[in-house]
Ligand binder design. Structure first.
Ligand SMILES: [Zn+2]
Length: 199
């Protein structure tokens, strides 16, 4: 008896969980735009690697997980858990959102979150910013064939418990602290600028 396993696997491999019922041409264009930006963001160099990791995590949470900007601004490191290629994001509203790995490491959503968590962890452990800069600067350039850091198990370290995923006072991201009164607006502006190719 034939099974529908292949069809089921195809349906769950669609990048956005909100698009599980099928993607319209407009949605497909949006997905391609996000992927194009993700492919261009650096993960190494200083401060480009710091900002690139931050932006990649932001795009994944907004455009892959479909979390609104005020929800993203409220996320703490404890809300993220990545294990065996699956990221689980606890949003405080309904069921957690899950993101699956993709073969291409440049657009792998769980990897994007792990690499940003690593950067946050570095900054929490080392008060001397020169150490953070040195490690990120020398990181291996990200490629489609890079090792998947999402395959292990990653969650917030004790040093980052309670820390915002996107700290309001981010000394290395231009404009990150400009929206202190409304962090969500700052994140939305950043995302829109990235999508418009303005950065
Ligand atoms: Zn990955």
């Amino acid at each position: 008896m034939p099974t529908t396993g292949g069809a089921v696997r195809r349906s769950i491999s669609i990048p956005s969980p909100r698009a599980a019922g099928g993607t319209s041409p407009v949605q497909q264009t949006a997905i391609r735009s996000v992927e194009a930006v993700l492919r261009g963001l650096p993960s190494h160099g200083w401060p480009a690697g710091w900002v690139g990791r931050r932006d990649r995590a932001l795009l994944v949470l907004r455009h892959r997980a479909g979390i609104p900007f005020d929800g993203i601004a409220a996320l703490t490191v404890d809300d993220l858990r990545i294990e065996q290629g699956l990221a689980t994001v606890r949003t405080g509203e309904g069921n957690p959102v899950t993101l699956r790995t993709t073969e291409d490491c440049l657009i792998c959503a769980p990897c994007a979150l792990v690499r940003w968590l690593h950067a946050l962890d570095l900054a929490a452990v080392h008060s001397d910013g020169r150490v953070v800069a040195s490690v990120i600067a020398r990181a291996a350039p990200l490629t489609a064939q890079s090792p998947h850091v999402c395959e292990g198990r990653t969650s917030g370290s004790p040093d980052t418990v309670g820390l915002r995923v996107f700290p309001e006072r981010d000394r290395w991201t231009p404009g990150a602290s400009a929206g202190l009164a409304a962090p969500a607006i700052g994140l939305e502006r950043r995302s829109l600028a990235l999508m418009a190719g303005m950065t």
